[in-house]
Structure formats: C-alpha cells, structure tokens
Write a protein that binds this ligand. Sequence first.
Ligand code: URA
Length: 257
Amino acid sequence: MIFGKHINRYYIRFLPLILLGLGALVLVDWMQLLIPGLYELVINGMNTGTVTVDGAVVKSADVKIDETKAVIAIDGTPLVIKKHLYLLLNKPRGYVSSTEGHDGAYVLELVPRELYRDGLFPAGRLDKDTTGMMVITDDGQMAHRILAPKKHVKKKYLVTLDIPPTEEMVNRFKEGISLSEGLTKPAEMEILEGNTAYVTLVEGRYHQIKRMFGSCGATVVGLHRVSMGNLTLPDDLPVGEMRELTEEELKLLEELV
Ligand code: URA
C-alpha cells in the first residue's frame, strides 16, 4: 500500500533521531539516580540556558560531572545537592504514621510539594491521635539508628489524663510497669499542673504511654511528643506544618545515635 510504504520510509528516516531521544532520556534518568533533583534541573535549566557547571553554561543533558566537586548553579545561585532530606513535622491528630492498616490520612501527605522526594518515610511511629514531633527522612540508616531499641533514645511527651497524675504513678513508672509482653524500662514522669505530666520513655512499644497509665487506672486523653534527645519541637512550627531541619538541629539528631 502506498500509504504503508510512506509510513515505513518516514520511520526509517527518523529512527536514529528517535533512538537518540530515547537514549538522552535514559541518560538523564540514570544521572538522576546519582544526583537527585538533576532531572528537574536539566529539564528546566536547559530550556532557559541558565545552568552552569563550574562557571560554564550547560545546554546539553550529556554532561559528565563529578558531583562531589563540580559547582552547579542556576542563574548564578550555587545548587546544594543534598544526599538526604531531614524534615521536622508537628504532627496533627488524625494522621497515621504507618502504611499498614491505613485508616486515616498518611503523614507523608503533609510533605509540601517542593520538599517531596521519593523514599521519604516517617522515622518512628506515633498513634493516629498523638500530636507533635516527627522526623521524616529518606535516610534509612539514620532512621534505623534512631529507632534501634539498644540506643535508648529519650522521647519526651506531654500527657493529659482524665485524672490528676499522682506520686504513686511517678514511682511505678520509675520501677517499670508490667505490660502483657513484659516489664517496661524505667520511665521518667514529672507532674505538671492540672491533669498533665511530662513522661520520658527510652523505648517505643505499641501504645506504650496509654497502656502504662491504663495499668495505673488513668486514661490518656491527650498525647503530644515534645522532644527526641536534645532535639525539641520548635514553638514556631505550627501544627500540621513541616520544614527542613536546620544544620544545628541536624547535629542534635546525629548526636542521638
Ligand atoms: N505512647 C503511646 O501510647 N502512643 C504514642 O503515640 C506514643 C507513645
């Protein structure tokens, strides 16, 4: 068929170009594995011609660079390529921190679009109705170290009970409380005004604080994580908001492990 022949000739003439295009896409994807964010940089930057590598304008995706040494800039602003991302969230009520048995919105839905990248996950769990500090990262090794039970990282919570906390509870927490799976490690408790107290745990069992108070005849009606080690939830981070850890906060996080 004449039409068929025409299509065939058309294809053959443009095949090298199509292959070249596909090759370029594969190359950019491959480079993105090495340098997260480069894909966007190349696609956006190449259109405007404002990406420079060591001062030279780059107009092609086919550039070989040593990302540990090269200075990549967009419109003259050096690009800081971060291997990992560490985010601090003031978790609101109603969000789950586990992907299993999802029965609510997932905390990752709170990551702002400009901060989102593949591989992010919450480092640790908080109950759906617990609020406060959560670290979200794509650094699996760091998260593993923070969560390792033998590290005994201190996690401090502000607890609101249905009754005033008592000295007897403080002593029982100090001695450890017998739960169905065994005795808890000693927990610190500081009585505050009204029905509130600070509780600091060095482990993270399922519903631990709720169950510990339950065995003392009290019900937890509010639970808010205020710190992990020396890293404290900042007062100016509103509920439901998330931002990157500052350099200083990141150091505190690293000191935990
Ligand atoms: N203990 C609990 O009971 N729930 C939490 O979310 C954290 C600690």
